[in-house]
Write a protein that binds this ligand. Structure first.
Ligand code: CA
Length: 228
């Protein structure tokens, strides 16, 4: 028996969180509801967070950032139609996906499963758990990354992107291919998303670790080991 996936629903409106909780429980998830940002931050660890941005006490984006700072839990942000949301900022805050109210329940469940699939720890017997390219070491089993022996903290999406590029280091991967493999058909598909993630990987690792191949895509550069 698989352990049910635990989802934290952060939503202040009980007329939304109630039916949502019941529906998700019917889908086999274990669900906790937090009606405020403070309650969300006080909740025990879960496998995925569904985060409404319009909360009575704290800014949803602050809650998102705080949850992200604590660890790699996948976060799907929910926002009301017409909210002024800077999607790029949301991604920088560490959200993994985004839905706009009113959303269909089926669509939401598909998104949850897609995010869970993309961010799940692979099978422990996976022979290629460790990927390395020069001074870069990626462990898919523990989802950890080190450059020149120094651990680097990445968001789940940054990690997935890095793994995708690192398994075939040096090879050029097209933008379409990256979007399709690292995000998926449910993603709202702004190609800016990809550039934002590449920029943040360069910032967190090294500026020259990902090379832009003009009008095609990106490739991971096998760096020389830092001589320091
Ligand atoms: Ca709300």
């Amino acid at each position: 028996m698989l352990t049910p996936m635990k989802i934290l629903v952060v939503e202040d409106d009980p007329s939304i969180s109630g039916p949502l909780r019941d529906g998700l429980v019917r889908e086999g998830f274990e669900v906790q509801v937090a009606g405020t940002g403070a309650a969300a931050l006080a909740a025990p660890p879960v496998d995925l967070v569904l985060l409404d941005l319009g909360l009575p006490d704290l800014e949803g984006r602050v809650v998102c950032q705080e949850l992200r700072a604590r660890g790699p839990v996948p976060i799907i942000v929910v926002s009301a139609r017409g909210d002024e949301i800077d999607r790029v900022v949301l991604l920088e805050l560490g959200a993994d996906d985004y839905v706009v109210k009113p959303f269909g329940f089926r669509e939401l469940v598909a998104r949850i499963r897609a995010v869970a699939r993309r961010t799940s720890t692979p099978d422990r017997r996976e022979p290629e758990a460790e990927v390395s390219a020069g001074p870069l070491k990626v462990d898919r089993r523990t989802r950890s990354v080190a450059l020149d022996g120094d651990e680097v903290s990445l968001t789940p999406k940054e990690f997935d992107l890095l793994v995708f590029l690192a398994v075939d280091a040096g090879a050029v991967r097209s933008r379409d291919e990256i979007i399709r493999e690292v995000w998926d058909e449910h993603w709202w598909g702004s190609t800016k998303t990809l550039d934002v993630h590449v920029a943040s990987l360069r910032r967190k690792l090294r500026p020259d670790i990902i090379e832009t191949v003009r009008s095609v895509g990106y490739r991971l550069v096998v760096l020389d080991t830092d001589p320091r």
